[in-house]
Design a protein around this ligand. Structure first.
Ligand code: ZN
Length: 194
């Protein structure tokens, strides 16, 4: 004989019509206990009412609409990797050409920057020549490029540290180094195959 009232999970077992080991004493209890019998009946009414409700399914576009309003933080290295993957051509030959062109451009830019850095007169001359408006446009273009490559969140961080220019310079240098290494490796494997 069970001398305590039923627990909520035991009432669930009875409402669900479970027939496992241990249910028989619960049934015996509700036959003797009006209080528990009433609780089981109440639970059954609620379950029946829930069952009779129409079954709604969310709109298939719900997830997209919600996510469109959720600011997702993309780490800078992930955004950079995705950008590179998106811009790289699919075929191996075109990719080699793209790396070669990218290496040349990055190399030329780096050389130009080194040259400019050693020629303070030239820098003064060029910035005087460009004027404020052109300089603003160049800065805006650099900002757009950084946003496209790294994402807005990374740029905010960069601006916070005030190191955008230095970072772009380092990025160009890094691209040059990576491109050169990749090109040399490609040449080496091509030579071995031939
Ligand atoms: Zn009871």
């Amino acid at each position: 004989m069970n001398h305590r009232h039923l627990l909520p999970n035991e009432i669930d077992l009875l409402v669900d019509g479970e027939a496992g080991f241990g249910v028989a004493p619960l049934r015996a209890h509700i036959l003797e206990c009006a209080e528990c019998r009433e609780r089981v009946e109440d639970a059954r009414v609620v379950v029946d009412a829930l069952e009779s409700l129409p079954h709604f399914a969310p709109d298939s576009r719900l997830a997209d609409r919600v996510m469109a309003q959720v600011p997702v933080f993309v780490p800078a290295h992930v955004a950079a990797r995705d950008s590179v993957r998106r811009w790289l051509p699919q075929s191996a030959a075109a990719r080699t050409a793209a790396v070669a062109v990218g290496t040349s451009v990055a190399g030329a830019l780096t050389l130009a920057m080194i040259w400019l850095a050693t020629q303070s007169d030239a820098v003064l001359f060029i910035s005087g020549l460009l004027g404020d408006r052109v300089r603003g446009a160049v800065a805006a273009a650099a900002r757009d490029f950084a946003v496209a490559l790294l994402g807005e969140s990374a740029l905010t961080t960069l601006q916070a540290t005030g190191a955008l220019g230095v970072t772009l310079l380092l990025l160009g240098f890094l691209l040059t180094a990576v491109g050169t290494v990749a090109g040399i490796r490609r040449l080496a494997t091509a030579g071995r195959r031939a």
